[in-house]
Design a protein around this ligand. Structure first.
Ligand code: PAF
Length: 282
């Protein structure tokens, strides 16, 4: 396994791959890897000459300092897990200083309004942080293809918009959500859940599935009301938002139209741990 922590170390490796016309498949991560990440990495390996994985807990995308402090950092375990997939993976695990120097701040981005919906409303500055780190990683690693999970569907749309608006020559590939047996979407945050809340968290996907069924015959408003009521009655989970939105603009659906693709989005707190999920509706 080749691990690089300094940009000066990985630069010549990337230059050499580029000069050999090798395709680079890139999976950006914040570490605490799980099977969901590994599925993206396997895809990157299968579709490219070389797979590069970054492991970097990006401080500028956290609006909550406590959340940043508690974010799991498990580099040794991550590397062991990567070895189970392949020894050929190139790992880029820079320090905050290597990425930001002395100025740990984000740039300001324009994502055609996608940034003001859902996560944008509840996590101020989050997508400027994501835009900053992804643009920087794309500059350093020069991937042909980048693989991102649909669990963070808004992030996926934002990164698609980033490459479009800022003319970055990277193909963005959205990958299906990987779920635990009980349906909970895999996330690095799941490991912070205590057993009681972990069990309760399967209610999120169950509710999304019921919402999908109901959306066949009921309005988006009616389904939303129903979901809000389900969580109001729940003793362990606290709903932050549930919306049914157009997949393309991420705007809340007012009236159904056959030409649109809809997706339900949800954010829930379980014992202070924030979990998000989504499900395509048609
Ligand atoms: O989804 C994540 O893990 C992060 O937001 C990403 C894309 C690695 C950027 O820091």
């Amino acid at each position: 396994m080749n691990i690089y922590q300094r940009t000066e170390e990985i630069d010549p490796i990337i230059e050499k791959l580029k000069s050999q016309n090798k395709t680079i498949g890139f999976v950006p991560t914040m570490g605490a890897l799980h099977q969901g990440h590994l599925s993206l990495i396997r895809k990157a390996i299968g579709q490219n000459d070389v797979a590069v994985v970054s492991i970097f807990v990006n401080p500028t995308q956290f609006n909550n300092q406590e959340d940043l402090k508690k974010y799991p950092r498990t580099l040794e375990r991550d590397l062991e897990l990567l070895k189970t997939v392949s020894n050929e993976i190139i790992v880029y695990a820079p320090s905050v200083k290597a990425i930001y120097g002395d100025d740990v701040s984000s740039g300001s981005f324009q994502f055609d309004g996608l940034e003001f919906e859902m996560e944008g409303k509840f996590r101020q500055g989050h997508f400027d942080g994501v835009g900053t780190i992804i643009k920087r990683l794309f500059e350093i690693l020069k991937p042909d293809n980048a693989y991102l999970g649909k669990k963070d569907f808004q992030q996926l749309r934002i990164i698609q918009k980033l490459v479009e608006n800022y003319h970055i020559p990277v193909n963005i590939i959205g990958c299906d959500i990987y779920r635990e047996k009980d349906g909970l979407a895999m996330s690095s945050r799941n490991e912070r859940l205590n057993p009681e809340h972990r069990k309760a968290a399967s209610f999120i996907y169950k509710t999304l599935k019921s919402a999908k069924k109901q959306f066949g015959t009921k309005s988006a408003n009616k389904v939303t009301e129903w979901v809000i009521n389900q969580f109001a009655k729940h003793e362990l989970l606290e709903l932050e938002y549930f919306i049914i939105a157009d997949e393309d603009t991420l705007k809340t659906v007012k009236r159904k139209s056959k030409s649109m693709s809809y997706r339900a989005f949800i954010a829930v707190y379980a014992d202070g741990i924030r979990l998000i999920d989504n499900l395509v509706l048609n």
